[in-house]
Write a protein that binds this ligand. Structure first.
Ligand code: R5P
Length: 232
């Protein structure tokens, strides 16, 4: 998997991220996703707090989004204090025409799924390269280290080819924010994401998989910096 650099400037990601930030209104509790695209949303929300007096509370999905939100000056709360969020905004790794998505390229999908599932409205931001007719990218699966061998066996029985995600600047595997491993699994073209999601969730030791079926709206940033919005 390529190195993820959240500081790379991308006009199309910025266009999508900033456009989505405009639907946030004062008094909202907002789920803050992880990754390079939603980083633009987080920064823009910080600007609106400073310059427009926007009053929101954020719920983060990772150490990365926590650090960005603190830097942007977004006051934070927790799911324990605010179990129902008004909106969650996040990135995606791939999204199809029915708005089924694959997430977890940054190993943050477990908390992202919990936060987005706690939200009345789930909006994702992406550049055009993330859109696809069908899902065919590897599916990140967070796994309890204790259960790795069993999960690998069960995934192979489902026809998947799992690969343990290795860390880039540490020897050995990636360890998630929750202390677990990530398996990146090649299933080829995923014709029935709902069914695969159910099968993966039923494997003991799978903490969470990266198939999302709860996206309400997609903001696609284009090269000319226009933004297309697709609603479920
Ligand atoms: O684990 C990471 C998340 O699911 C990200 O939202 C996803 O990987 C998209 O990130 P980016 O906007 O950097 O492509």
């Amino acid at each position: 998997m390529a190195v993820r650099n959240i500081s790379t400037d991308s006009p199309e990601k910025r266009a999508a991220g900033v456009a989505a930030s405009r639907i946030v209104e004062s008094r909202m509790v907002v789920g803050l996703g992880t990754g390079s695209t939603v980083a633009y949303t987080i920064k823009e929300l910080g600007r609106r707090i400073r310059e427009e007096g926007l009053e929101i509370l954020g719920v983060v999905t990772s150490y990365q989004s926590e650090m960005l939100a603190i830097e942007a000056g977004i006051p934070l709360t927790t799911l324990a204090q605010h179990p129902e969020l008004d909106i969650a905004i996040d990135g995606v790794d791939q999204i199809d025409s029915r708005l089924y998505a694959i997430k977890g390229g940054g190993a943050a999908h477990t908390r992202e799924k919990i936060v987005s599932s706690s939200s009345k409205r789930f909006v994702v931001v992406a550049d055009e390269s993330k859109t696809s007719k069908q899902l065919d990218k590897t599916v990140p699966i967070e796994v309890l280290p204790f259960a790795k061998t069993l999960v690998v066996k069960k995934i192979k029985e489902l026809g998947g080819k799992p690969e343990l995600r290795s860390a880039l600047r540490k020897d050995g595997p990636v360890i998630t924010d929750n202390g677990n491993f990530i398996l990146d699994v090649d299933f080829g073209v995923i014709n029935d994401p709902e069914n695969l999601a159910l099968q993966l969730s039923s494997i003991p030791g799978v903490v969470e998989h990266g198939i999302f079926s709860n996206v309400d709206e997609l903001y696609i940033g284009k090269k000319d910096e226009s933004v297309e919005i697709i609603r479920r």
